[in-house]
Design a protein around this ligand. Structure first.
Ligand code: NAD
Length: 488
């Protein structure tokens, strides 16, 4: 392990500042949320654990095909009898109510998210939960304006939406899916990821608190088989999936030849491109935010740093110094920058791909720090001497690992950035507006950030090209995806 540069030696130690977990009430076991009530599933149950301590948090029901069928039937009833008949202005009131309750219970949601997911409380508190509330507010505003949104003369909902989400932003991915679906008049059956079911179950309680009509939102927990049952159910009209490209392809095969509408938000391997005229310290903050935010468990993470050759040494030196000041540890500590890896399985994948990087001859540098003995941890890491052919330059690691490549000209930067099967996001750091616009026009990525990274806003569409999926979430295109004849 490389020694931390002297300049990074902290002037003072941070005293622990843990957020109290007494605000959350984690029950020993959870059922499924179907037709407005929590019910026992027919299947087995599974444990959800805290990734930072490996403590078992709760037993959660694993929905089988029969449970999914009951949830879809409840969603269909609610769609036919209540939700699709309700004026948009009334649907909007429910969405506004949900948004306000999310704000009121924001601390509880943030603490629970950090416990179940392992992400630092300052991220769940300052990014995830406020953005979740913002999505419900934003789509609430559209619910009574569908006829005037430029989405056709009489836009109609699809019916029942089956939604399957990953573990990296459990509540935020739920909001991206549920808010536009309900605003457009659909009802939903949603499955959270098996390692992070708790905030979706708390969201179910929020739906009860908001008096949402039974069956409009149904939450079924479980793993891949439960997700597969939702996707394959014949009475699901629209499938919305966020997760890995591999599972996305399987879903595309399942729905091929059916009348189902599909949006797929899949993996990424984004290039974060730093030119020699970029303000270096600002770019370094952007690199850190791009790859170490949420432990790098971000589909649009800037996991490939492309830095102009003549400033590469300087950028790397300052990056290492900055990385050495990152604080890693208890996700509930308000000083923590880097939390726990979400699962043992994900940690294994990150380790394996990093070892491939070593074996292929890239040079590993990681922050010198003591890792907690319990839980799943991986230090912030960079690989230099990476070439385009290396697997760590091509495959999504989905962890706090940055692959560094260099370039000499804007054309070379574009060639290298686009040399990937993915196309979700990219970042450009430069003082020249004309160069940024030229780069944005040539990069094959759904989102291009300029002199910033990982910024999310409900008004802004998000989605990918190529193996990063199809369809858009967020903004008007995100609403169109839930309306007949108006797909983005
Ligand atoms: P994953 O594909 O393994 O799982 C995602 C969800 O799909 C989980 O709920 C899982 O239980 C379910 N699932 C698994 N097999 C299934 C099947 N055969 N049919 C239906 N559902 C199934 O992905 P993950 O490991 O949870 O998440 C990480 C991946 O998600 C990364 O590749 C990341 O890039 C991607 N992601 C993409 C976005 C985006 O917006 N593009 C956002 C977040 C994460």
């Amino acid at each position: 392990m490389v020694k931390v540069p002297d300049t990074a030696t902290p002037f003072f130690e941070y005293a622990p500042a843990p957020e109290s977990r007494s605000i959350v009430d984690i029950k020993p076991s959870y059922g499924l949320f179907v037709d407005g009530e929590f019910v026992d599933g027919h299947g087995r149950s599974f444990k959800t654990i805290s990734p930072s301590t490996e403590e078992v948090l709760a037993e959660v029901a694993e929905a089988d095909e029969a449970d999914v069928d009951l949830a879809v039937k409840a969603a269909r009833r609610a769609y036919t009898r209540v939700w699709s008949r309700m004026p948009g202005s009334e649907r909007a009131k429910y969405l506004f109510r949900i948004a306000r309750i999310i704000q009121e219970r924001g601390r509880e949601l943030a603490v629970l998210e950090s416990i179940d997911n392992g992400k630092p409380i300052k991220e769940s508190r300052d990014v995830d939960v406020p953005t979740v509330a913002a999505h419900f507010f934003y789509y609430a505003g559209w619910a009574d304006k569908l006829d005037h949104a430029g989405l056709g003369a009489d836009p109609r909902p699809h019916g029942v939406a089956g939604q399957v989400i990953p573990w990296n932003f459990p509540l935020l991915m739920l909001a991206w899916k549920v808010a536009p679906a309900l605003a457009a008049g659909n009802t939903v059956v949603l499955k959270p990821a098996e390692t992070t079911p708790l905030t979706a179950l708390l969201f179910a309680e929020i739906c009860q608190q908001a008096d949402l009509p039974p069956g409009v939102v149904n939450i079924v927990t479980g793993a891949g088989a439960t997700g597969q049952a939702i996707v394959a159910h014949p009475d699901v009209d629209k499938v919305a999936f966020t997760g890995s490209t591999e599972v996305g392809k399987a879903i595309a095969r399942t729905v091929a030849g059916t009348r189902k509408k599909v949006t797929l938000e899949l993996g990424g391997k984004a290039a974060n491109i730093v030119f020699d005229d970029a303000p270096v310290d600002q770019a370094v903050e952007g690199i850190v935010n791009g790859i170490f935010f949420n432990q790098g468990h971000v589909c649009c993470a800037g996991s490939r740093l492309l830095v102009q050759e003549n400033v590469a040494d300087e950028v790397l030196e300052r990056l290492k110094r900055r990385m050495s000041t990152l604080r890693m540890g208890d996700p509930l500590d308000k000083n923590t920058d880097i939390g726990a890896i979400n699962s043992g399985e994900q940690l294994k994948r990150i380790r394996e791909l990093s070892e491939v990087g070593d074996a292929e001859g890239a040079e590993r540098w990681e922050v010198a720090c003591d890792l907690p003995t319990k839980g799943f941890w991986f230090p912030p890491t960079i690989f230099t001497g990476v070439s385009q052919a290396h697997r760590i330059a091509r495959e999504e690691i989905f962890g706090p690992v940055l692959s560094v490549l260099t370039f000499r000209t804007p054309h070379e930067a574009v060639e290298k950035a686009n040399n990937t099967p993915y196309g979700l996001s990219a970042g450009v750091w430069s003082d020249k507006g004309s160069r940024i616009l030229w780069m944005a026009n040539h990069l094959r990525a759904g989102v291009v950030w300029a002199n910033t990274f990982n910024k999310f806003d409900p008004t802004s569409p998000f989605g990918g090209y190529k193996e990063s999926g199809y369809g858009r979430e967020g903004g008007l295109p995100g609403l169109a995806a839930y309306l007949k004849g108006a797909d983005a």
